[in-house]
Design a protein around this ligand. Structure first.
Ligand code: NOJ
Length: 556
């Protein structure tokens, strides 16, 4: 479908997330890097995605796998150099792929020059005013300034030792203690992060994924949080650290910057801003994508929806309605580097109303791998038909499972160190990619080193075992992405069909009138398909009928 200013690339883009540590390792040190990514970019062109999003590769002590940035304008030597970034962008653009990078504006690393300066400076100094330093409560200031908890577990406050050796102030960190929160009421912070955006836009980045987009502004006076807060029932903005009204002014300003890089009248030149915002209810989330704010926000509600027909229908319908209310495209995502991969998540019994699946360790009940993969293929076939933009996480195109039996001694996620064993953390979805079944580290590098051990199942699912193999998950993704583009699904209009309570069925009509019928069977028995040429199915049909946990696309 031809692009117009009404349908710029980001409205229906399929964006592939690369976790740089784990995709391709050119120097064989066991951690992926930018030259490794550049060399493997043809895989993405062959797959048929529109863009690649790179998780952080900036200078960092890697306490939270790079989401702890020490220098926002440089590449960590672990991943390469700025020249390597330029080469990656040039290669991607040559292949017709956009490059989206991560920006981490809520917090820096404690090794950032600003935070070091803050520690070396007295309370009340301009250096401290870039972060959230407060005196403690109680006698001698021995208690944290409020009751906020870190997302990774434990208090959100750490006390410092002042330069003169006395016990001192406390600083806020909504994540690890090595990730101090910036104070966004300070104009210096705003200017600095805006300059960081310009730095990467000037180097050719096509957009940003914004980390913790809902956390930058805290409620005035930093009041105590409700200790009984329940994300499932309370709006996020009932909590003083999340989704405060003040964030929206920041994003209006960011939008002006992004827009200033686009060539008027050229829909292909627009720069994308996508929020990582775990915000409920949806009415609040769509505020981030009003016309003068961000272009997209991740639809985590959809990611968390159980594989139950009524809940899937409701999640899709609600999401489309909310996005339409502000004129934004909806986004769809099933896996990323923070959640259990959907090929494993869906291998558990699906509980009505359930939301999050916590990390899985060897001591937990293990998922049914076969069932999980079958449902994952059906769920992806459903997702990639939906109007809007979709995100694909590295390795899901191979059907990679989460590594749910990763021995604890390998764990590196700060969640494990702060909350284990209650929460095993996110390492299971971050295990390096599998390219070649018979190569060292399955082709991740040529030394066989890997920062997290790869399971044997990854070898069996490596790219070279699936490329060109009919029915493989890789070929299913390629077919879906090709048909999605050819049939204009991403910019289409969805109309619901009623094929029974256990079936999710709808038709998507493209702007040129091409209609595609999508049928997903989430019940317990095969169902008949409506008339029409079958374009693709997530599993072979049995006697012309759509089997359990199977999705089909039909012409018409
Ligand atoms: C969200 C990122 O996706 C996650 O990996 C990280 O730990 C937190 N933000 C903190 O930056």
């Amino acid at each position: 479908m031809p692009r117009t200013t009404e349908t710029p690339w980001w409205r229906d883009a399929v964006i592939y997330q690369v976790y740089p540590r784990s995709w391709a390792d050119s120097d064989g040190d066991g951690v992926g890097d930018l030259p490794g990514i550049t060399a493997r970019l043809p895989h993405l062109a062959e797959l048929g995605v529109d863009a690649v999003w790179l998780s952080p590769f900036y200078t960092s002590p890697q306490n939270d796998a790079g989401y702890d940035v020490a220098d926002y304008r440089d590449v960590d030597p672990l991943f390469g150099t700025l020249d390597d970034f330029d080469a990656l962008v040039a290669e991607a653009h040559g292949l017709g792929l956009k490059v989206v990078v991560d920006v981490v504006p809520n917090h820096s690393s404690s090794e950032h020059a600003w935070f070091r300066a803050a520690l070396a400076s007295p309370p009340g100094s301009p250096e401290r005013a870039r972060y959230v330093f407060r005196d403690g409560r109680g006698e001698g200031g021995d208690e944290p300034p409020n009751n906020w908890q870190s997302t990774f577990g434990g208090s959100a406050w750490t006390r410092v030792t002042e330069p003169d050796g006395t016990k001192g102030q406390w600083y806020l960190h909504l994540f690890d203690s090595t990730q101090p929160d910036f104070d966004w009421t300070n104009p210096e912070v705003r200017e600095e992060l805006e300059d960081v955006l310009r730095f990467w836009l000037d180097r050719g980045a096509d957009g940003f994924r914004i980390d913790v987009a809902h956390g930058l502004v805290k409620a005035d006076g930093l009041p105590d949080a409700n200790p009984d807060y329940d994300l499932a029932t309370d709006p996020t903005n009932s909590q003083p650290m999340w989704d405060q009204e003040g964030v929206h002014e920041i994003y209006r300003s960011w939008r002006r910057i992004a827009d200033s890089y686009a060539t008027p009248g050229d829909p292909d030149s627009e720069r994308l801003l996508c929020a990582e915002a775990w915000v409920v209810p949806a009415e609040n989330l769509v505020k981030y994508v009003r016309p003068d704010e961000l272009h997209q926000s991740f639809n985590f509600e959809y990611l968390m929806t159980p594989w139950i027909a009524a809940e899937q229908r409701e999640a899709v319908a609600q999401a489309l309605e909310h996005a339409a209310a502000v004129g934004a495209p909806q986004t769809w995502v099933l896996s990323n580097h923070d959640v259990v991969r959907h090929a494993s998540r869906l291998g558990y019994p699906q509980t009505p109303g359930a939301r999050r699946v916590p990390g899985v360790g060897p001591e937990h009940e293990q998922p049914d791998a076969e069932l999980g993969l079958r449902r994952a293929r059906a769920a992806t076939t459903l997702m990639l038909s939906l109007p809007g933009s979709a995100y694909v996480y590295q390795g899901e195109e191979l059907g990679l499972p989460d590594v749910t039996d990763l021995p604890h001694e390998h764990r590196q996620d700060p969640t494990w160190h702060r909350s284990g064993p209650a929460d095993v953390g996110r390492d299971g979805c971050r295990v390096p990619m599998a390219w070649e079944s018979d190569a060292p580290a399955y082709g991740f590098n040529d030394t066989g080193r890997s920062w997290l051990p790869q399971p044997a199942s990854y070898g069996r699912l490596a790219v070279d075992t699936q490329r060109g193999v009919e029915g493989s998950t890789l070929e299913l993704y390629r077919t879906l992405l090709r048909l999605r583009r050819e049939r204009g699904l991403g910019t289409g209009e969805l109309t619901w069909l009623d094929l029974g309570q256990d079936v999710v069925a709808f038709s998507v009509t493209a702007t040129d009138g091409t209609a595609t019928t999508v049928v997903a069977n989430l019940g317990r028995a095969p169902v008949a398909l409506p008339d029409g040429e079958v374009l693709v199915t997530s599993e072979p049909l049995a006697d012309g009928r759509l089997g359990v946990d199977t999705t089909a696309w039909l012409a018409g």
